[in-house]
Design a protein around this ligand. Structure first.
Ligand code: URA
Length: 241
């Protein structure tokens, strides 16, 4: 007999979603067990015996976990399948890792490049992306027309985007040339288009954005469009920070 676990844990073990996101998928009616739609929480399944599917696709619990860092180029979506058939970040790794079902850890915009983590470990995704763990993310932003001192100070104390006040960011100018300024900014949350919206809130336009760091894990010299495995040191750090 296989191990008996809650349905949301099974989904997280398959790597398809974090446990919390799995609960949402269950209540949205997207999960079936042995062909039967399950919408209530707390149902238990037996690994290896019950057939669990998400949107009709069977989820398998695999023991081997993969943790990958990709240097995402612009022009790729951070999803597994795109409704408009645009290239996805999975396209950049799937020729090497054919049978592994990897999922992006959080997201980067279509027009953002840089450090993106991918894994089939839903608990890892949860540790890195859940707001309660406050994972810092550092970006290099190219600003057209520059930024005022007042703008920098506003970012440092927190600005209002949508109906939300951001926590204080670390931001500094690292280069300036011919109507453009390059800034390094570290934020503590991960809201949709947050960096672009923060600069917009202080009157600056982001025309290029690259993520270089998640917590202490750095993109370093990994070439654009290439990926590498995280080291065990990096995995342990991100899991336990
Ligand atoms: N902030 C943004 O505006 N875009 C990203 O892709 C990531 C953070």
């Amino acid at each position: 007999m296989g191990e008996i676990v809650r349905l949301q844990k099974y989904i997280a073990m398959s790597g398809a979603a974090s446990r919390r996101a799995a609960e949402q998928l269950i209540s949205e009616g997207r999960v079936t067990v042995n062909g039967e739609k399950i919408t209530e929480q707390g149902v238990k399944v037996e690994i290896g015996a019950d057939k669990v599917a998400l949107d009709g696709e069977q989820l398998k619990v695999k023991n081997k976990k993969y943790y990958i860092m990709l240097n995402k180029p612009e022009g790729y979506v951070t999803t597994v399948n795109d409704q408009f058939d645009r290239p996805t970040v999975i396209d950049l790794i799937k020729t090497d890792l054919k049978d592994v079902r990897l999922f992006p850890v959080g997201r980067l915009d279509y027009d953002t490049e840089g450090l993106l983590l991918l894994t089939n470990d839903g608990d890892f995704t949860y540790r890195v992306t859940h707001p309660k763990f406050n994972t810092d993310k550092t970006y290099i932003a190219l600003l057209k027309g520059g930024i005022s001192v007042k703008g920098l100070n506003m970012l440092r104390s927190g600005v209002k985007i949508d109906d939300y006040k951001t926590s204080p960011a670390e931001v500094e100018i690292i280069d300036a040339a011919e109507g453009y300024v390059t800034a390094r900014i570290t934020i503590h949350e991960g809201r949709n288009r947050q960096v672009r919206k923060m600069f917009e809130a202080v009157g600056s336009k982001v025309v290029g954005l690259r993520r270089i760091k998640i917590g202490k894990v750095e993109l370093g010299t990994l070439p654009l469009g290439r990926w590498r495995y995280l080291t065990s040191h990096e995995i342990n750090y991100l899991m336990n920070k």
